[in-house]
Every structure is written in C-alpha cells, then in structure tokens.
Design a protein around this ligand. Structure first.
Ligand code: SF4
Length: 296
C-alpha cells in the first residue's frame, strides 16, 4: 500500500472515531441536562474553562448542543488565571477567539495566597480549589450568569463517592446539580454521565491545547490517586462495573441503608407491604425485586 493511501486510511479511521465519540458525549451530556433539568430556556451559563481536557470537552459539546437545542441559552466561557508560574496566558484567549465564543479571563493571584498559607510540602489543591470556586462564583454574579457549568465527569463523581466513604464515613458524592452554600449560585455538571476515558480520547483527537493543572508543582491529592487506581483496576478486571456503580448512585433505597435521619426506622410498623409504611419513605424496589434480593 502506498504511503499516501495509508495516511488517508488513518485519517478516515480517526474521523470515524471522533464522530462516534462526539455522538456518545453529546448523547450523555444531553441525557444529563434532561435528567436534572440543568439548562432551561433563557439561561446564561458560565462555562468554567481551566485548560484541562474535561473543561475543553464540556465547552465543545455544549456549543455543539446549543446549535441544535430546541431552547435558547447563552454560553460564556470563563477562565481564572491564578498566576501560577509558567501559566501560558495566551493559549485560552487565542483558542476562544478563534472559536468566536464570548469569554472572559479573570486574573486573581490565588497562587501567592496558597503559597503563603499552606505549609511547605503539604498539598495545596484543597485551598487552591476553594479560592478558585469563590472567585468564579462571584464572577458569575457580576456577569449575570444564573448557571455555572463545571467539567467534572462520572469518574470524578465515583472517586468522590469512595473518598467520602473510605476517609469521611459518609455516603456522599458530587451532585450533577447543586445550589452553592450561600444559596446564590446554581452549579451544574453536564459531563456527569460521561466517562473520563472517552473525554481523554476526544480531547486528544480534537487536539485541544491542554494546559496542565500541576504547573504549580503541587501533587494531586494522594488519596484521590489511590481511589482512581482502584477504580481503574476494577474497570480492567470487570468491564461494566463502573457503569453499575454509577447507576447505584441514581437508585438509592433509603429504607435499605442505616441512616435514621433519612428513613424513620423507629416508626417502622407491621401491616404494610414489606413492613414499609409508604408515608415513611417508600422503598424504590418493586415487589418482585425486593423478594428476590431478600431471599438471597
Ligand atoms: S495542581 Fe496547583 S493549580 Fe491545580 S488545583 Fe492543585 S494547587 Fe491548584
């Protein structure tokens, strides 16, 4: 086969793969938006762009959906330049200008604050993220954005779930949609149903100009790294487990856990199907499933 022919075949394969991934991501983002009513007609969505693969993919897919959506909403890309040494300031403005997307670059030297406050050798990501969040939430108010889109995906959500369970003693993940603590901002995670490996491949094929997050020299939280590796090894050994685990976050059965604040076990009484008074909080298991599981 001629070199030219081989190159054309490769290009064709890449294009097919890219189309397939884009369709999948579009579908998953569309489903997440629909399931949690993330975006409504007239919304102004501030899309937080860090320069990492996830936020590039989020913006790309949201722009794509915006073109064909039956509702009208605005997208504004916002990057926070945290003044980490070596941060290539020109990359995002150039990328966004070429795309023709309305955008803002917010400059705030959180790097110096973090360096001043966190003792040498300790991980800085916690404080850095809190400062970033605070600044971005404030900026959303300034520009009148009523939704803030963050690029966390399904793997981030599951990692957070296991981190909270293993190290925090709580069944708590990262919600696809939430109101900030001060009640002023609505945060959405349109990539909630998307897999990290799909996003990574999409970002590579789209050749997004990635800016690494660790320019500051900080290490990723070690515990998160351990959980990530655990999930990746399960995924290799048991394909489909990640999907099943994520589904479990969408099908919580309070009456079959042990949280007395979530389910009133004290008032549980005989005389109702499966011993559950619907007024106390109905089990979501249908009757046959409940019997199957109970008889295991
Ligand atoms: S790696 Fe550096 S820039 Fe990224 S979150 Fe951590 S401290 Fe912040």
């Amino acid at each position: 086969m001629q070199a030219e022919e081989i190159a054309t075949n490769e290009e064709r394969k890449t294009k097919t793969r890219l189309n397939k991934l884009q369709k999948r991501l579009r579908r998953e983002v569309g489903q997440a938006i629909e399931a949690y009513n993330m975006i409504e007609d007239g919304d102004k969505v501030m899309v937080c762009l860090s320069g990492g693969k996830d936020s590039y993919a989020m913006l790309d897919i949201l722009l794509n959906l915006q073109r064909s959506a039956p509702i009208s909403f605005e997208l504004v890309a916002v990057n926070l330049d945290q003044k980490q040494p070596g941060f290539p300031e020109h990359i995002l403005p150039e990328y966004l200008e070429a795309l023709g997307v309305p955008h803002h670059i917010v400059e705030r030297d959180t790097y110096s604050i973090v360096k001043e406050v966190v003792p040498e050798g300790k991980t800085t990501c916690g404080l850095c993220s809190r400062l970033r969040r605070g600044t971005l939430y404030g900026f959303a108010d300034e520009i009148g954005a009523n939704k803030i889109a963050l690029g966390h995906h399904r793997d981030d959500i599951l990692e957070t779930f296991f981190l909270n369970m293993f190290y925090g003693g709580k069944l708590k993940a990262m919600p696809p949609k939430l109101v900030s603590d001060d009640g002023k901002n609505m945060v959405i995670r349109p990539l909630a149903f998307a897999r990290e490996k799909d996003i990574a491949e999409y970002a590579e094929l789209k050749t997004f100009p990635i800016i690494p997050c660790n320019l500051c020299g900080s290490q990723e939280n070690l515990q998160r790294q351990v959980i990530k590796e655990m999930l990746q090894s399960w995924d290799r050994q048991h394909p489909g487990r990640i999907e099943t685990m994520f589904r479990s976050l969408q099908h919580v059965v309070p009456s079959h856990l042990a949280d007395t604040e979530l389910f009133d076990f004290k008032r549980l009484a005989l005389g109702f199907a499966h011993g559950i008074d619907p007024s106390l909080g109905e089990s979501r298991l249908s009757e046959p499933q409940a019997i199957d599981i109970l008889s295991l």
